[in-house]
Design a protein around this ligand. Structure first.
Ligand code: PLP
Length: 418
């Protein structure tokens, strides 16, 4: 379901001025005025991605970003990031093929899935996409058979504090097994070039990066005693895409990571350090506009007072569209808040519940939030919707995913070409 998103036409409209919230709202209103009864749509500000890249370079100059394509694979986004010179973290052959088609060299691609489809390994071999992950012995046998000259990166489990994203357990070699696995790779005459980890899930405890970077150093040293000369450290993804109150920001992460690198992987030793940010690059560039298509008034049985009314609203995008990730435990950091587009927002506010447009009773987007009374046809918007939204959308119930409108300043569109 996830791969076949029908992409909208990808003309990039020129608009150098979408930096303010107000300007984005203005463009949303223009799009709504353009045609009658528009379906849900996104406003994508590609300049925001350029800014993110610049901030990355300024704040973590030693770490080269390899954008995680799975987070948002829309063509203009991937193209923009390619034009910026970043690398790409790919999970499948379709992803590395998409990036290769844009002219990105294999030295800027990591095929990072620890358990790869054999068919995809063959395609990687054919294309020379040789930097790839492993975290278990069976994967080594597979790679030995299909692509013996690949350069391998050992993925380890991160130092696990309670709130580290659960999938830390799904992938990654346990620390007490790394030595044995490296010995196995040696015995099979495979080339191991580095170590990676992924804290993931927008971790809120950036010290996890510090602890895990220290562990990586131990593994580098251990590998040295086994006659390996590792020189690539990959610190994964999990970086915040916008500032959320009471949560550490990207700058906080950058400080912790820079310090850990200086301590355990000092510059003089010339290690190459990369990361795999997904959310960080794309989350804040996307604003979704959607509409109320149904309404139910709920009156409490014991009171006829209007002030105690509450409302159900049915909107035209839901968990089978842009909000699939809402069912995950970290949804509050991945999906933005609902806002009313009307300028003259009326008081008072009422308890409101937002449902998606499908017939699935799980298609629930927000419960008991405070909104002014809305009418059918009113528009809502949700900022920060670029990460793990469009890539997960299906057309369940025959409802197509939202349309996409891309904007960029002259400067980037001219650099992108076609
Ligand atoms: C998904 C993924 C990423 C990207 O994570 P974000 O939270 O989007 O930054 C990076 N590395 C690995 C191994 C992943 O699976």
């Amino acid at each position: 379901m996830a791969t076949a998103h029908p992409q909208s036409p990808q003309n990039i409209e020129k608009n150098p001025g979408l930096h303010s919230h107000h300007a984005v709202l203005q463009v949303i209103k223009e799009k709504i005025m353009e045609v009658n009864d528009r379906r849900p749509f996104y406003i994508v500000n590609l300049d925001d991605i350029v800014d993110k890249h610049k901030q990355w370079l300024a704040q973590m100059p030693r770490v080269k970003p390899f954008y995680a394509v799975k987070c948002n694979n829309t063509e203009p986004v991937v193209k923009t990031i390619a034009a910026l010179g970043a690398g790409f973290y790919c999970a499948s052959s379709a992803e590395f093929q998409q990036v290769l088609n844009l002219g990105v060299g294999t030295d800027r691609i990591k095929y990072g899935h620890p358990c790869k489809d054999p068919q995809d390994i063959k395609l990687a071999s054919k294309q020379g996409v040789d930097l790839m992950a492993f975290d278990n012995e069976c994967e080594l046998f597979k790679i030995k058979r299909l692509y013996p000259s690949a350069r391998l990166v050992l993925r380890i489990q991160p130092q696990d504090d309670e709130d580290v994203y659960k999938h830390g357990k799904m992938y990654g070699c346990a620390l007490d097994q790394c030595k044995e696995l490296l010995a196995k790779a040696k015995e099979m005459e495979l080339t191991v070039v580095g170590v990676s980890f992924h804290i993931g899930g927008l971790c809120t405890d950036y010290m996890a990066y510090h602890h895990t970077i220290r562990l990586c150093r131990d593994i580098f040293d251990e590998a040295k005693s086994m006659d390996y000369n590792l020189n690539l450290l990959d610190i994964g993804g999990g970086f915040a895409g916008y500032a959320v109150e009471n949560n550490p920001t990207f700058s906080d992460a950058a400080k912790v990571i820079n310090m850990a690198l200086d301590e355990y992987f000092p510059k003089e030793e010339n290690f190459e350090v990369i990361a795999e940010p997904g959310v960080y690059y794309v989350q804040s560039a996307f604003t979704l506009a959607l509409r109320v298509i149904g309404k139910r008034v709920l009156r409490s049985a014991t009171s006829a007072k209007v002030s105690e009314q509450s409302y159900f609203y049915y909107v035209n995008d839901g968990i089978h569209g842009s909000f699939c990730i809402i069912k995950s435990f970290m949804a509050d950091k991945l999906v933005g808040n609902f806002h009313v587009l009307k300028d003259d927002v009326q008081m008072p506010v009422y308890q409101s519940t937002l449902w998606g447009p499908t017939l699935n009773p799980d298609d629930l987007l927000a419960q008991n939030i405070q909104l002014p009374e809305l009418d059918i046809g009113d528009w809502l918007y949700v900022p920060n919707m670029g990460a793990y939204t469009i890539v997960l959308a299906s057309s369940f119930n025959g409802i197509a995913p939202p349309e996409l409108f891309y904007f960029a300043s002259d400067e980037i569109t001219s650099g992108l070409g076609d």
